[in-house]
Design a protein around this ligand. Structure first.
Ligand code: NAD
Length: 472
């Protein structure tokens, strides 16, 4: 049981002004494993004031010193990586061996990029009679989701610290514990007071107060498109910068000349990892009609081979859904898919019989999906994959782009040249070809209703930068 009874504001652990606590549940056991304070608008006020007071000093700190703090934080995270991975497994339900690699080691590697990128803040460009300088944008509010909690937090925190911004962090209600552990590490490295502040609490109260606050210069939000729209509306009157990282319904376009077994295995695993609770999940698999029947069999075999189980069991590929509410939503979508006429190939909405408790849901495949169905257009955010046939390549590209979202995409083709030519035609912020790996040096973000920001790499730093032109 991890009981957090205070917030981290101005470099100290302080009692929340807001009354009461929110409990955190282990989705595998349904047991309460922690609690965090329910902060309110007064806590936001204190945290923003602390961040404002710390801003001038932190912005004036040499970039090499800021880089030193980022290095120290990375070292803390490495030293306590097992503790962090266990905590995220307990609050999220992602199997522990995946959790350590994807939720902890990957984000640490991303954080470390900014040890070097911080020096970019010192670069001055000459254009005609002008000097163009980079300066930090100011006080930043981070509002985060529950599905890749540390990854999303570090994707904002690392570039913000490198740029010289100060921050107020609001974690999600479902998975807030990792942020408290991170605050302990921030305290341990002696980051100047007020540079990092943590306020837990409900989105509609703490998140909204941050988005509205006139002394917050930028809000960086990761979450659902609906909540992102509300954040942008709340932020508009104060004309603050708004960076939105939102939902997705990403396609995997498998070419007729592809290694079908490898492509289908990749696609099924990509969706099922973290029980489908991944913003970039390739939830629409576009398959050539000429090889559709063969692909369905491969997909079914792969799906049935993935072990659904206890997140602490190293053999488990998928654990439970993060919450009862999320499982309910996904079950409703599985019913909708059946009503829309899609063919259930495996899985389904019924609770798997082998678990007495826990928010488990079977990995589910739908065949004969029409791209206009709701299950192909809306983000389900669960272990549900739509298998969609196409007649020719032109139709495959049209179907891939026929989505309100544009976060990610993937292509598997007989050669990387052909895959690259298809990748160029897809309207999405990233495209993985023939199994290419995630890269923390490259920008990450969405087109269309998947958002307007970029995280990681140089572009991730640019989000936190103001540019000033000085005319000589
Ligand atoms: P959510 O939108 O419900 O909540 C996200 C955060 O916003 C939470 O901290 C929540 O408390 C807060 N919030 C909710 N309403 C708010 C409001 N009115 N004002 C201010 N804050 C508010 O999303 P979620 O269920 O936590 O996360 C899942 C979603 O996040 C999915 O849509 C997923 O695709 C998306 N996501 C996107 C990315 C990306 O990088 N594009 C990454 C991870 C998750």
């Amino acid at each position: 049981m991890r009981k957090q009874d205070s917030l981290f504001i101005a470099g100290a652990w302080v009692n929340a002004c807001g009354a009461g606590c929110a409990t955190v549940t282990n989705p595998g056991t349904e047991e309460v494993i922690g609690q965090v304070p329910l902060g309110d608008e007064r806590d936001v006020e204190r945290a923003v004031t602390a961040a404002r007071q710390a801003f001038a000093g932190w912005a004036a700190t040499p970039s090499s010193v800021r880089a030193g703090y980022i290095r120290a934080l990375a070292e803390q995270l490495k030293a306590r990586a097992d503790e962090m991975a266990s905590l995220i497994t307990a609050e999220l339900g992602m199997p522990v061996q995946w959790c350590r690699a994807v939720q902890v080691e990957g984000p640490i590697a991303g954080l470390e990029q900014y040890i070097h990128l911080a020096a970019l803040m010192d670069e001055v460009h000459e254009v005609g009679n002008s000097l163009v300088l980079r300066e930090p944008v100011g006080v930043c509010a981070f509002i985060n989701p529950w599905n890749y909690p540390l990854h999303q937090l570090l994707g904002k925190l690392a570039p913000a610290l490198a740029a010289g911004c100060t921050v107020v962090v609001k974690p999600s209600q479902e998975t807030p514990l990792h942020a408290f552990l991170l605050a302990e590490m921030i305290e341990a490295i002696g980051l100047p007071a007020g540079v990092f502040n943590l306020v837990s609490g409900p989105g509609a109260k703490v998140g909204e107060a941050l988005a509205k606050h006139p002394d917050v210069d930028m809000v960086s939000f990761t979450g659902s498109t609906d909540a992102g729209v509300r954040v942008a509306q709340a932020a508009a009157p104060s004309v603050k910068r708004v960076c939105l990282e939102l939902g997705g319904k990403s396609p995997l376009l498998i070419g007729a000349d592809a290694d079908l077994a490898a492509a289908v295995r990749y696609g099924v695993q990509d969706v099922m990892i973290n029980s489908g609770q991944t913003c970039t999940a390739l939830t629409r698999m576009l398959l050539p009609a000429s090889r559709y029947a063969e692909a369905l069999e491969l997909a079914r075999a792969e799906c049935e081979s993935l072990r659904l189980g206890d997140p602490l069991d190293p053999q488990s590929f998928l654990g439970p859904m993060c919450s009862a509410a999320q499982r309910r939503t996904v079950r409703e979508y599985i019913q909708i898919g059946r009503q829309e006429g899609a063919r259930l190939l495996c899985g389904g909405a019924e609770a798997p019989s082998e678990f007495e408790r826990g928010y488990y849901l079977k990995p589910t495949l739908f065949a004969d999906v029409d791209n206009r169905m709701r299950i192909a257009q809306e983000e389900i955010f669960g272990p549900v994959l739509c298998l969609i046939p196409y007649a020719d390549e032109a139709q495959a590209v049209q179907l891939a782009n026929d989505s309100p979202f544009g976060l990610s995409s993937a292509v598997w083709a007989g050669s990387s040249e052909r895959a690259l030519s298809l990748a160029r035609q897809l309207r999405a912020g990233q495209c993985f070809i023939n199994g290419g790996a995630f890269n923390y040096l490259a920008p990450f973000g969405g087109y269309k209703q998947s958002g307007n920001g970029r995280e990681w790499g140089e572009e991730g730093l640019a989000e936190f930068v103001e540019v000033k032109a000085i005319q000589l």
